[in-house]
Write a protein that binds this ligand. Sequence first.
Ligand code: ZN
Ligand code: ZN
Length: 346
Amino acid sequence: MDKMLSVWKTAPKEGLELKDTAIPKIKDDEVLVKVKATSICGTDIHIYKWDEWAQNRIGKNIPYIFGHEVAGEVVEAGKNVRGVHVGDHVSAETHISCGYCYQCKTGNEHICQNVKILGVDTQGTFAEYLALPYRNAWVNDKKIPHWVATAQEPLGNAVHTVFDGEIVGKTVTIFGMGPIGVCAAGLCKIAGAAKIIAIDPVPSRLKFAKEFGADVLIDNSTDSNVQKQIMDATDGLGADVFLEFAGSPAAMKHGLGTLKAGGRASILGIFPKPFEVDVTNDIVFRGIHIGGINGRKMFDTWYKAKALLPKIGLERIVTHRFKLSEIEKGFDVLKRREGMKVVLEP
Ligand SMILES: [Zn+2]
Ligand SMILES: [Zn+2]
């Protein structure tokens, strides 16, 4: 009875393994979450494929249960738990911070020096149960279905990036129309951006961007005159804000190259390796404000996401729902770049 289905990374190669394992025992400062929905993130695809990033980042951690986007119900609470109760519906902030380093003590827990990432450094959410530090449990409105609430993590990434500077009345370029980029387009729309320009090489993703409010769609699969198209769409002025979710050096070049002098670049994409940027001419002389975005501010971003979730219609990014035991199907869909968010329900 105390066994659960769980999805493990057991071997240093592509793939995963379904296993029956013991339900985790919680510590005094943890809650036990009965997982009702968990979704597949880009990070999980790296881990599944066992690419260079995964080998370097988590080579030492296997065997372990992966997955980090989750929604479920608290079924047990340790004796030191405060503010979260049995029966609550929760999601997880995936950055488990130390609470004592310089960043944690100065309001920057999301870039904690000793951060552990759920499902990367710790046992993850692709399972029927999850032991979660209570400080990382975010209590959801019970009206939100679990299969929608699990997608709050990418929404949070988008909220953090979009609202890292002014957005009302601004012209925005968004590179990379995965779930985070699409959410960003939706948020820019709600917040009153003047014009939203979405750039991606996959036509079906551009269609999503349009549904979420993008005004101009640019297919950069052939890499032909992206900059000209952006300049044309902005009456030759360029954009006020450039949001990077693609993790692509070409996107950086085109994004910076079409930003107005004095504009803002907020970058969340992960780039496979270092590359050259003309800092003097493209950033310094043009007075560009450039910022890296990591995770979600804890928990300022979550409060914002909570208010924006019903307005953005987050359920629209969930394109596929499978049982947890069918997880391979979910990875197949994403490998073919067919879906937006794939949700697994144990
Ligand atoms: Zn994620
Ligand atoms: Zn810390």
